[in-house]
Design a protein around this ligand. Sequence first.
Ligand SMILES: *[C@@H]1O[C@H](CO)[C@@H](O)[C@H](O)[C@H]1NC(C)=O
Ligand SMILES: *[C@@H]1O[C@H](CO)[C@@H](O)[C@H](O)[C@H]1NC(C)=O
Ligand SMILES: *[C@@H]1O[C@H](CO)[C@@H](O)[C@H](O)[C@H]1NC(C)=O
Ligand SMILES: *[C@@H]1O[C@H](CO)[C@@H](O)[C@H](O)[C@H]1NC(C)=O
Length: 207
Amino acid sequence: MQSTFVCLAALFAHVQHACAQTVVNGQIFTNGLAIIDAPASNSSLHAGSTIQVAIDVSGDGKLSQSASIPGSSQSTRFDSLETYLVSYQKSQNLTVSSGPGLLTRESGSTVKHWNYNVSTCVPAGSYNLTFYEGSRIDGQAYFSITPVPVEVMNDNPSGACSEGMNTLQDYPQRSSSPPSSPWLSSTASGSSVFPSSTGANSSPTSM
Ligand SMILES: *[C@@H]1O[C@H](CO)[C@@H](O)[C@H](O)[C@H]1NC(C)=O
Ligand SMILES: *[C@@H]1O[C@H](CO)[C@@H](O)[C@H](O)[C@H]1NC(C)=O
Ligand SMILES: *[C@@H]1O[C@H](CO)[C@@H](O)[C@H](O)[C@H]1NC(C)=O
Ligand SMILES: *[C@@H]1O[C@H](CO)[C@@H](O)[C@H](O)[C@H]1NC(C)=O
């Protein structure tokens, strides 16, 4: 089952930004190398509880372990992966995971898990759990931004947050991502992960 989120702003903007992501069998294929296993789009997050973020950094088994560790010499590799809970409606930008922590934890595991405590200070409303990925694909540098819409529930807000707050940057943010997930467009498994221009419009095969 596949569905594609389309961002209308892309039709009017001059900069390219993260607008599409593809859901296949419950996994969110970003337009970068990361595949988000959890949370699902439109999940409810309850203030005062923990949510688990789970990210497949192996390209569904197509990328070697060393390529997920920043500083590797692989031509297709992760350089950085950070996550923030952001809302333009609520003027919030909260750190979920910054620095190399996400990529370097659970060494040997193809899926990185991260527990995030949604503080009781986070106001209820619509947010994005937004992933920022710096990566190389066949030697070319990309910066992909993937917003996953979520809803924060909070019956007892405890007042303004004091930790993990960041400046909310103007919308849209600049990015440079491949047109689609390299894992979905590659035809032959195991060979080049990034499609030639002729492969760019091929649709994903059912999995
Ligand atoms: C998430 O919610 C939006 C707005 O209600 C809806 O358009 C979209 O299809 C939903 N996505 C999923 C994966 O359920
Ligand atoms: C979530 O991200 C989308 C796409 O970037 C954006 O249009 C929307 O305003 C964001 N939602 C919130 C609540 O900030
Ligand atoms: C989240 O909260 C729980 C209980 O309040 C605590 O045990 C845990 O260490 C916290 N985790 C993080 C990542 O802060
Ligand atoms: C949120 O803050 C982080 C850290 O400063 C930044 O990298 C990211 O671009 C910000 N996102 C938004 C939507 O402002």
